[in-house]
Design a protein around this ligand. Structure first.
Ligand SMILES: *Cc1c(COP(=O)(O)O)cnc(C)c1O
Length: 401
């Protein structure tokens, strides 16, 4: 899916995957929700031809599990967004990640995974990959020793940039260049940028994976994952594992995410403005030891972020200045306009504690106390800042006595 038409991404997002009118003349703006289990064929020859196309990795359906028009429209729109050859939907972001791991690795293989990765990836490793004789090694991308870690059995370099919880920005072009010299497939979790502010495939990755549950959907009402690949060969292997796992995505879910994708640009622009304002406020607060947000000039990843990204999302984390382990929970319990919850990427603000036990897996982390992860939604930033100010005051009061 090239950008040969010369259109800018906002224009492409408004129209990608739009339906062609049924009678060639008039039709709806949006692709309908096409729900089905059985796919009907006009004759056996067509059935056989479509089955062969599907086996070759093409985006066609021969059964309801493969999804029909709604799914194809979303896949096309995401492939456009990510600048990929093809996109494949999965029932969740984690399912999409599992799909990538199983499609690129087999018994005896070795994978290198950045250690500040979304933590459920480790669960997939421990409960699934290990059982099938696949070895995953977690490494610190900042240490500069990737090449020395590559073995003859290394097949996959799996990265996430910026990373979960602390937003460590990776030098993807440099890491991908090393991997490609050794024929190692490079996959990147691109959930943070929604695919809009970061183009892993253009920077050297072969696969970009997203939890569409987050910014693509954007309204906290859908669970979906999507894998975008840069080649027909990867489309074939991803498609084969997708079929083998029996993955199926509801047409309603695909519709909701396609609907969210139409406004991705305007939503992310506001998330960025609001989050930047909150990050600046936090950086000035006396009780804050460190703010994690790559768009802030003092963030260690700022230069790389400026070079490789075209914007920032709504995720901001911060550490308290003191080491009192109770601070994060007390603080979060005093917030009024931030819901307590995992996931993020919807229009609403959220807060969650990132406990040291979780952060200790990240070589990027050099702190001791708890970190609070905020997702800054589309509320007015001053209301959010007022809420945070109240919570800081209440936390200081509560911990003093
Ligand atoms: C949430 C998330 C996922 C998983 O997505 P689900 O749809 O919740 O399974 C994967 N990667 C990152 C970076 C995420 O934040």
């Amino acid at each position: 899916m090239s950008h040969a038409d010369g259109l800018r991404i906002q224009t492409r997002l408004a129209h990608a995957g739009a339906p062609t009118p049924v009678d060639g003349r008039a039709g709806p703006v949006n692709v309908p929700v096409v729900r089905t289990s059985t796919v009907r064929f006009p004759n056996t020859a067509t059935h056989a031809a479509l089955a062969a196309s599907r086996a070759a990795g093409e985006a066609v359906a021969t059964y309801g599990r493969h999804g029909l028009d709604t799914h194809r429209a979303l896949e096309e729109a995401v492939a456009t967004l990510e600048g990929g050859h093809r996109a494949v939907l999965a029932p969740s972001g984690l399912a999409a990640i599992t799909l990538v791991l199983l499609a690129t690795l087999t018994a005896g293989d070795h994978a290198l995974v950045s250690d500040s990765v979304y933590s459920p990836v480790r669960k997939v490793d421990h409960t699934l990959l290990q059982r099938y004789g696949i070895e995953v090694e977690y490494f610190s991308p900042a240490r500069g020793d990737l090449e020395a870690r590559i073995r003859p059995t290394t097949r996959l370099l799996y990265l996430e940039s910026p990373s979960s919880l602390l937003y460590e920005v990776l030098d993807l072009p440099a890491l991908a260049a090393i991997a490609r010299r050794h024929d190692v497939v490079v996959a990147v979790d691109n959930t943070w940028s929604g695919g809009l502010y970061y183009q892993p495939l253009a920077l050297g990755a072969n696969i970009s994976v997203q939890a569409a549950t987050k910014y693509l959907g954007g309204h906290s009402d859908a669970m979906l994952g999507v894998v975008t690949v840069d080649s027909p060969a990867l489309a074939r292997s991803i498609g084969a594992i997708h079929d083998a796992l029996g993955f199926s995505v509801s047409a309603d879910e695909a519709y909701l995410v396609l609907r969210g994708l139409r406004t991705l640009d305007v939503r992310l622009a506001r998330h960025q403005v609001n989050a930047t304002e909150v990050a600046r406020y936090l950086a000035r607060h006396a009780d804050v030891g460190r703010v994690y947000y790559p768009a802030l000039p003092q963030d260690p990843g700022h230069a790389l972020w400026q070079r490789d990204f075209s914007g920032a999302s709504g995720l901001v984390s911060f550490a308290f200045r003191g080491d009192d382990a109770r601070a994060a929970a007390v603080f979060i319990d005093h917030l009024r306009h931030f819901a307590i919850g995992a996931s993020w990427g919807g229009y609403e603000s959220l807060a969650l504690e990132a406990a040291p036990a979780r952060l200790s897996e990240h070589s990027y982390w050099d702190g001791r106390g708890p970190v609070v992860r905020l997702h800054i939604g589309l509320e007015h930033p001053q209301d959010l800042i007022d809420d945070l100010s109240r919570a800081f005051q209440a936390t200081a009061d509560a911990l003093r006595c």
